[in-house]
Write a protein that binds this ligand. Structure first.
Ligand code: CMC
Length: 436
């Protein structure tokens, strides 16, 4: 951390002693005021429940400039990565800090490819679930269960264990997501194929059957690979912070990532892609483009609890750069499948246009986020709606594990332990039950 020449001084209106607080500068983005000694110096905590102004850690992985609508992985703009690199190169970048050269890429791809199978017992574990279980319920269970199968990579204090756990998680997530899908539709599981790319193999495990040859479409393969790249990491979002907090207790990486999967499930986070598509379906059913005005009215009504899903973001106060790339992919995929006139895509474009011109959205700086178009792409590929968030989890696993390993690798890391402003009853005595 680089200390700034400037210091912050906290003064109190009751004449209490002012406190000087150090300020640190990052390479990009806002400086931070170091309040670690504040409690010792003043007996007070800071209060910031939704982390609106709090940097929870130091990190060198992902940087977002929300005002500019800029996203960098290890310094590289997301647009360049999505256009020039594939997902496994991006994984290498996030995990090790640099894009691989040709030799490193071949080695990393080979390593991931040779860890894609899961223990055969996993399918018996899967059988315990109802066939209609939500894929995220299944994924939370399956990912947590990995820790019961890979005892040789659960010691997070051992860098070798951390590395092999990272590879295993990245390699096995597609297999687990595809198994969760096959289970719900009652089809046989398809084993991974080592001659296919990461995204191609996922398509194979999802859509192939043992009855006939399945040909991977290069356009769909590339589209899925791009979805993976765009979702690979996103700084200290809710699920990543969950993984860090969970991992800070020293738990094993599989358990920490399972906590991230659980957090991602929520509709304000990863569940928004599913919610956004369901919202489009609802508007379509109600009458389509003609009903947009009525829908927007409901969204603006504070008592309705209706949100424009796929819009708004805690950090982006500009167009989410991932949404732009996703819209481009959406056009490509629909073109490939002969669905240029897809009514849901048209509806989404019309909804976006109207929202972007509406004072409510303009004044609150609400723009489309990555989830606004990713559902349309996934649906066109043939991925069922309830599986969308599981695909997000698959892609985000590399970000979670890179952030977890960054935290654990820092010799100064401590268990995360927030404090509180207590608003409950002061100390009181228990009365006998007859007197309560
Ligand atoms: N539709 C209607 N109003 C909205 C929306 C929306 N999608 N998002 C925010 N607002 C309003 C909100 O009601 C508030 O209005 P007011 O100032 O009058 O009270 C104002 O905009 C600020 O919103 P906020 O809830 O304080 O902002 P936040 O940073 O706490 O929430 C968010 C961010 C993403 C949870 C929220 O924008 C949202 O719920 N969006 C819809 C869900 C969604 O698309 N989530 C995906 C996020 S991107 C993928 C990911 O990273 O997981």
């Amino acid at each position: 951390m680089k200390a700034s020449d400037t210091k912050a001084t906290l003064s109190f209106s009751n004449g209490g002693q002012p406190v000087d607080l150090p300020i640190y500068k990052g390479t990009l983005g806002p400086d931070v005021i170091d309040i670690r000694k504040l409690y010792a110096q003043t007996g007070m905590f800071t209060y910031d429940p939704g982390f609106m102004s709090t940097a929870s850690c130091e990190s060198a992985i992902t940087y977002i400039d929300g005002d500019k609508g800029e996203l960098l992985y290890r310094g590289y703009p997301i647009e360049q990565l999505a256009t020039n690199c594939d997902f496994l190169e991006t994984c290498h970048l996030l995990l090790y800090g640099e894009l691989p050269n040709a030799g490193q890429k071949a080695k990393f791809t080979d390593t991931v490819t040779h860890h894609t199978m899961v223990n055969e017992q996993m399918q018996f574990f899967l059988r315990g679930f109802r066939r209609d279980a939500h894929p995220m319920a299944i994924m939370t269970g399956l990912v947590g269960a990995l820790s019961a199968f890979y005892h040789d990579s659960t010691d997070i204090t051992n860098p070798k264990h951390r590395e092999i756990a990272a590879v295993r998680l990245i390699a096995k997530m597609p297999t687990l997501v595809a198994m969760a899908y096959k289970y719900t539709v009652g089809q046989p599981y398809m084993y991974p194929r080592n001659d296919l790319s990461y995204a191609g193999n996922f398509l194979h495990m999802m859509f192939a059957t043992p009855c006939e040859e399945y040909k991977v479409s290069p356009v769909l393969e590339r589209a899925l690979d791009r979805i993976f790249i765009l979702h690979a990491d996103h700084e200290q979002n809710a699920s990543t912070s969950t993984v860090r907090l969970c991992g800070s207790s020293g738990t094993n990486p599989f358990a920490a990532i399972a906590a991230g999967v659980a957090c991602l499930w929520g509709p304000a986070h990863g569940g928004a892609n599913e919610a956004a598509l369901n919202m489009l379906y609802d508007i379509q059913k109600a009458g389509g483009v003609d009903k947009i005005g009525e829908f927007i009215k409901q969204v603006k009504d504070k008592n309705s609890n209706v949100k424009l899903m796929g819009f708004g973001h805690r950090v982006y106060k500009n167009y989410d750069p991932r949404a732009k790339l996703m819209q481009e992919t959406c056009r490509e995929v629909l073109g490939e499948l002969g669905l240029e006139n897809d009514p849901l895509f048209k509806l989404a474009m019309a909804l976006e246009k109207i929202a972007l011109e509406d004072e409510y959205f303009v004044s609150r700086k609400l723009y489309p986020n990555v989830d606004f178009y990713s559902g349309i792409v996934q649906r066109a590929i043939g991925i069922p709606v309830p599986l969308f968030t599981a695909i997000f989890a698959l892609a985000r696993t590399v970000g979670w594990i890179a952030q977890l390993n960054e935290m654990i690798g820092d010799p100064d890391y401590k268990i995360g332990r927030p404090r509180q402003l207590f608003e409950g009853s002061p100390k009181r005595d228990v009365k006998p039950i007859s007197a309560r």
